[in-house]
Design a protein around this ligand. Structure first.
Ligand code: ADP
Ligand code: MG
Length: 266
């Protein structure tokens, strides 16, 4: 059992680059927290629905999803589904409808604050964490996530070009801070797909640490085949292969998050 936060921590996992490990990080950190007694809701805000798939959440054309919540004011409690084999873990799934939301939201009142409103109407007192898996863009869906959360977690892939585009992400966070959500903080940076055999991984890690300091978790997530296999079984790596290097790295990352005092804005 890890310590519970005083109130539900709402964390967006964001980076407008695709393939940097946002979904993998969301799903596995959520599963690791849940395994240690935390009650966790994953909100899948990517029309691809990869987080919903990875958590084994069934969807069909009738499924009420985060789209209905954002566009039709459906209650979060009506769409959150329990995740199979993971007591303490729920998922508000995404379906492909969400691909149109980016445009449909434009004409709605308070279009940047739809998710925030949905959270406000939802009883989060029974939850310890909400993790929001963002799409690979800085559009209205990601803005909704940043307006609705207290903390942003940025996964950074230890590859060439990893830092490209980061400036733009940081500027967007600042814009949201100054206009829409003053309490927002970048609380966590996680280095993913680290390959200890390459000097490049080490260089990227050093650069990120010297630039961002203590918000960078000490743990780095190594490149691991088990991590990439798990979603095809509808599982997190935490349940698919708990003894793998990927699972231990995500467990250690989640432990750091759980033991860090939540920062600014709380
Ligand atoms: P994003 O959500 O940022 O687009 P994903 O989490 O979907 O990124 O990851 C992109 C790809 O990289 C996926 O195929 C995923 O399985 C793989 N991947 C992510 N993390 C790791 C890792 N630590 N080791 C190996 N493959 C990984
Ligand atoms: Mg993703």
């Amino acid at each position: 059992m890890w310590p519970r936060p005083e109130r539900c921590r709402v964390i967006s996992v964001a980076n407008q680059k695709g393939g940097v490990g946002k979904t993998t990080t969301t799903v596995n950190i959520a599963a690791a927290l849940a395994m240690h007694g935390q009650r966790v809701l994953v909100v899948d805000l990517d029309p691809q629905g990869n987080a919903s798939t990875a958590l084994g959440v069934e969807r069909d054309s009738q499924t009420r999803s985060i789209y209905h919540c954002l566009v039709e004011d459906e209650e979060m409690s009506k769409l959150a589904q329990p995740v199979p084999d993971n007591p303490n873990l729920w998922c508000a799934p995404a379906t492909i409808d969400l691909a149109g939301a980016e445009i449909e939201l434009v004409s709605l009142v308070a279009r940047e604050a739809r998710l925030k409103r949905a959270f406000a109407a939802y009883d989060t007192s029974e939850l310890d964490y909400i993790l929001v898996d963002c799409p690979p863009s800085l559009g209205l869906l990601t803005v909704n996530a940043m307006v609705a959360c207290d903390e942003v977690m940025i996964p950074i892939q230890c590859e060439y070009y990893a830092l490209e585009g980061l400036g733009q992400l940081l500027r967007n966070v600042e814009l949201v801070q100054s206009h829409l959500n003053p309490g927002l903080a970048i609380s966590t940076i996680l280095l993913t797909m680290y390959d200890g055999r390459t000097r490049l991984s080490q260089q990227v890690a050093d650069e990120v640490r010297s630039h961002f300091g203590e918000v960078v978790l000490n743990t780095v997530v190594p490149r691991s085949v088990r991590v990439s296999e798990a979603p095809s079984y509808g599982k997190s790596v935490m349940t698919y292969d708990p003894s793998s290097t990927g699972a231990s790295a995500y467990e250690a990352s989640a432990r750091e998050i759980a033991h860090r005092a939540p920062t600014v804005g709380r």
